[in-house]
Design a protein around this ligand. Sequence first.
Ligand SMILES: [Zn+2]
Ligand SMILES: [Zn+2]
Length: 659
Amino acid sequence: MEFITGYRAEILDFAEVLFDWYRRFLLEAAGRRGSERHKQQESSLRRLPPDPALWVLHTLPNHALAFTVADPAQQVGGRFYSEEVLALQDLERFITFVGTVEEEEEEEEEATPQAGQPLWRVEHLLLVTDEHGTILGFDFLLGGPPKAAGQEPLEARALALLCYSMTCPLGAGEPRRPKTLTVGDPVLHKSLEPLLSRLGVAMSKGPMRGWGPRPAFTFPTTRVQACHVCKKHSFEGQLTACQHCQAVLYCSERCRKLDWSRSPEDIGHRFWCQRMAGYMSHARDLANLPFTFAAEVTSETFNKEGFLSARGLTRGYWAGESMLVRVPDYGVGLQGPPKKPADFLQSGNPFEALRPEGGAALPPAPPPPPGTFFGSWKEYYQWRGLPLGAPLAVILTYPLTMYYIITQLAPQHFPELNILNKQSLKIHVVEAGKEFGVLMAFWELSVLLPHVSLEVLFVGEALPQELDGQQFLLQRDETHGVSVQPGLAPRAKAGRRELQMGFSARPYHLLQAPKPDLVIGYNSGFALKETWRSCLPRLQSLRVPAYFTECSEYSCAVDEAAVSTATGGSASPALINPFRSPFRRAGTDNAMPWYANAFVFHLIYKASAGTHRPAPLAQPPGPGSSSGNAPPPPPPPPEPSRSRRKEKRQQRAAGRRRK
Ligand SMILES: [Zn+2]
Ligand SMILES: [Zn+2]
C-alpha cells in the first residue's frame, strides 16, 4: 500500500479525474447505438431529480494549443499515468502540449511531432458546468474544422455530452437533470431546444451572452475521491472507508479484501489498519490551531480554491497553492521547469510575494527582537502583530519549522552542539522542493534570529541547473527593506540581520561543501524518490543532525523503514510540528489528515565501529519548551522483523525500478 497524498501536485489528481471521466464517457458513447437504447435512456433521464441550478453548455474554440501523446501503452491499467508521477513535469513522458499561435508558418515546423506521435488539435472544447462553475462534463472536438455549427456532429455530440453529464456528473453529486440550460452558441441553442424538451430540460430564453463564473466560483472537484485499490472514482459508484480505521477508501468488498491481505505483509492493510486507526485519532490534535479560519481549513471537505480566491490570495507565492491562477510558478516541478528562478529573489520587501491582492505586506522587520523562543503560531503571531485571521502560516511554515528545529528540537536532541550559542549556522535543505518556491519567506529567520548569521544551502536535483553553485546575500537595507546581492558581498558588522542563500542542483551525495551544522528536509517522502537512497547513507557518514518533516504519521513510518534499509539506522518518534501548515490536503483514496510539515523527526545513526559516541536519544520537548499543546505520545513504531522487511523493501524497490 502506498499513499502519495501531499506529494503529488494537485493538478495531476485533477487531470486524472478528468481523464477517467472522459474515458468512461467515450466508452459509453461508443456503446450507445440503436434507437431502443436511446428511448430507454430518454425515459430514465426524464426521471432524474431536477437540479435547481442553471446549467451551462460552453462551446469554447481553441486555436492556441495542440498536444501529442507519447505512447498510449504507457497508460497504466486505463489510467493516464502511474503513481510514480508526482509533478507536472513528469507528465511530459506521456503528453506534450504544443503552442500553435504566433507565426503560423514557423509554428508548423516547430509543432512537427516526433515520428509516430500525431499532433492532436483541439478545435472546440464543449464544457458543461452549473452556474457556480462546478464541472459536470466535457468533450473535445478534435482534428479538422467542425462542420457548420448546429449540424451533425456538433449537435449530436453536445446532446450525448449533456446526457452523460446528467447520469454521471463529473464534479460532484448524484445524477440529476437541470431544470434550465443555456448554451454559448446561438445555432446550437436553437437546435438543441426540441431534443432537450423531450428530457424535461427547459432552455433559457436566448443563447448565453457573456457568462462568467460568479464570485463564489470554485472547483468542488476536490471531493472526487477514488478507491485505494482500483482507483475507481466516486462518480462511478459509492466509496466507503475501512470500518475499523476509517482511513482508507474502497469501492467494494472485493477491493477491501484485496488490500487487506496484499503481500508482502507490510504493504497489506492487515499490517496497517491498527496503526492507521491510531493516526486517525490524532486528526483533532493536528486541527488544533489558533487561527480564526482553523475549522474551515482543517475540515475534510476544505475547499482551498474558494478560500484562496475569497481572500485575494491569488498572486505571488500564493499562486503556487492554487490550480486556477495562471502566473509563473517558481516552485520546483509544479508547473514545468521554472524559467526565471531568481525573480522572487530580489531587493525590496521580502514579504511582497506573500501579500494578498489589495492587501498590505508584512513589514520586513518588526521593532523589538523577540526575547524568547516561540513554540506556537499563537505566540509568533502575537509578537509579529498579525491577526489570527491572517493565513500567512501556510507559507511561513517553511522558515518557522526551520526556526523551531534550530531553537527547540536540536538543542534538546543534540545538546553537545550548543547550537543556541553559535554566531553563525550552516544549514542544508536537502531534496529541496516546494520551499524553494517561497525563498524570500526565509528572511523571517533573520528577523527571528537577528544575532545569528545564517547560511542556507538548498540542495537537490530538482533545482534549476542555472542556479547551481550560485550564492546570494540578503541584508537588511533601511531604504528597500532587504537588499539581495549575488555572490558573497562583504558582510555587515557582526553579521547582523543577514541571510546567505546558496544553491546546488545536484544530488546530496555528490555535494562538495563544508559540513553543515544542521540538515533539514521538508515533506521528504523517502520512499518516493530514488535520490534518498544515496542521500541517507551520506548523512549517516557525515553524522550531522538531520531533521525531516512529513505530511502524515503514515509517511513517517514509511520513512523510518526506508532509513533502516538505506543506513541500518532508524528515526526518532514523530512529533507534531506546532508550525505545520494549517491547510489540510485532501486525500484522494484515503481520509487521513495530511498537512505540509505536519510531523518532525530526526535520523538516529547506526553506531559506527570506530566511535563510541552514543546515538542521540529522541526526547519529546521538555518543560523548557514554550509550546502550549504538548504533542501526543508517538505512534508505536512498525513491528520489528526489520531484516525481513528490509529485504522485501529492497526487492520491491528493485521491482519498481525495473518498470
Ligand atoms: Zn476498488
Ligand atoms: Zn482499516
